[in-house]
Design a protein around this ligand. Structure first.
Ligand code: FUL
Length: 457
């Protein structure tokens, strides 16, 4: 599903331009738009990452630990991070993110900062390191490695004072120097009270600078970025329209909450000067951690597909959580569902009817254009995928999709933003030609990539 740049360029012809790419370059050089860094681009092109919530909550059946859990309860009898990674890979994920520390403060890695860690547990005789096994498994399965280290810590006695920022930065330093390349550092916004009843003021500029220094290629996620923003809900549903650009002042720090903030997270801002695409996180079950009572509540393939269309299909990246059980394995129901879901997506997107067809591109004004494609013969069309060349920013703000069998054009759907990927499910009809009319854009639009998938089932 990734847009290969070479095929993207090869499949487009610009009507009436002697040297299409020379012309496109001139247009693009006129504008100053926020653009992704190479790391942000890589991050978005992965489309799907797996989230893994694991820790003392797995053993207490809680979602938020209290911070006073006995490390002795952490004892996965069959922990196999390779099984997580294989399932993630089979589901089509290209990255995986582990809760190295959740709000309870229990560290899944040995650390000099606290005794509240795997070292004090019976697992692997206190010599184990879940983060190490996780990172090794990711690399063995060709997945990029991401880590979640909760700023909120209900265990640390330093929490609520300046020393906690040192403590937290020491933990980050351990995580960012021991385990090779980290692709994504995930900072959640929850910020409650610590063991002393105090709240913490986090030194975000220092935290961000530390991550940049130790892992310059990592993207940092939080409500407030700086590289990737939260999509504004935990349902895996990005907003629409969805701009990758934002006004950084609209979400000043992680955890800030108001209707205006939610709106900014859901939709981004076409006038925003910073590139900060949305990540849509959701769990495959009701909870983030494993609870045996939810073993029959694994989301259906239809629900997961719906999430896909509303996340990846709305110019976002999907972060899907699958929680290991007390044994340290993904549950068989989740593994089976991931496989079924992948098969369903494979079927939906198996055959791009437009793969070897030419998109004829015609500028119709400073901020408008038309893309037309002839499939050669009529097919029942179920999904149209549109992509902008986001390396050069996001531009389209209004489009209409038309289709024709042999005769008249009829309107299929209308949309606003496109970005890296817009998926339109259209009522099944037999179509030979498709036309995307870009009615407005915030900057001269560039040729689109158009993929067309037949109706299945
Ligand atoms: C939130 C946390 O409070 C939840 O427990 C979970 O980790 C979710 C992904 O982020 O901020």
């Amino acid at each position: 599903m990734n847009v290969s740049r070479r095929s993207f360029l090869a499949s487009i012809v610009i009507a009436g331009a002697a040297s299409p790419w020379a012309r496109a370059r001139v247009v693009a050089s006129d504008v100053v738009l926020p653009r992704p860094t190479p790391s942000q681009l890589l991050w978005q092109r992965d489309e799907l990452a797996m989230f893994v919530h694991f820790g003392v909550n797995t053993y207490t059946d809680r979602e938020w630990g209290l911070g006073n859990e006995d490390p002795a309860i952490f004892n996965p009898t069959a922990l196999d991070a390779r099984q997580w990674a294989r399932s993630a890979r089979a589901a089509g994920a290209r990255a995986m993110i582990l809760t190295a520390k959740h709000h309870d403060g229990f560290c899944l890695f040995p650390t000099k900062t606290t005794k509240h860690s795997v070292e004090s547990s019976p697992w692997r005789g206190g010599k184990g390191d879940v983060v190490r096994e996780f990172a090794d498994a990711c690399r063995a399965e060709n997945l990029r490695v991401g880590l979640y280290c909760s700023p909120w810590d209900r265990n640390s006695p330093t929490y609520g004072g300046e020393r906690y920022n040192d403590f937290y930065c020491d933990q980050l330093t351990e995580l960012l120097t021991r385990y090779g390349d980290i692709h994504e550092m995930w900072f959640d916004g929850a910020n409650g009270e610590g063991p002393n009843g105090k709240r913490q003021s986090y030194d975000w500029p220092r935290i961000h600078a530390l991550v940049r220094k130790l892992q310059p290629n990592a993207v940092m996620f939080s409500d407030a970025g700086p590289d990737v923003r939260w999509c504004g809900n935990e349902k895996g549903m990005a907003g629409y329209p969805n701009w990758a650009s934002v006004d950084p002042a609209a979400v000043p720090y992680p955890g800030v909450d108001s209707p205006a903030v939610t709106n900014a997270l859901l939709h981004g801002d076409p006038a925003g000067r910073v590139w900060r695409p949305a990540e849509a996180d959701v769990s495959i079950r009701p909870g983030w951690f494993h609870h045996a009572a939810e073993d029959d509540k694994v989301k259906s393939v239809d629900a997961l597909n719906d999430i896909w269309f509303n996340s990846v299909g709305h110019n976002s990246k999907l972060l899907l959580n699958v929680p290991p059980t007390r044994k340290g394995l993904f549950h068989a129901n989740d593994v089976a569902r991931l496989r079924e879901w992948r098969e369903s997506r494979n079927a939906l997107f198996a055959h791009d009817l437009a793969a070897d067809k030419t998109v004829v591109w015609r500028k119709t004004g400073e901020r408008s254009a038309v893309a037309e494609i002839d499939l050669g013969k009529a097919h029942p069309v179920g999904i149209v995928r549109l992509s902008e060349d986001i390396e050069r920013g996001q531009r389209v703000s209004k489009y209409v999709l038309h289709g024709a069998a042999d005769g008249d054009w009829k309107e299929l759907t209308q949309g606003e933003t496109i970005g890296a990927c817009k998926l339109d499910r259209i009522a099944s009809s037999s179509l030979r030609r498709l036309r995307v009319t870009i009615e407005d854009a915030i900057s001269p639009p560039l040729p689109l990539r158009v993929a067309v998938y037949p109706t299945t089932g």
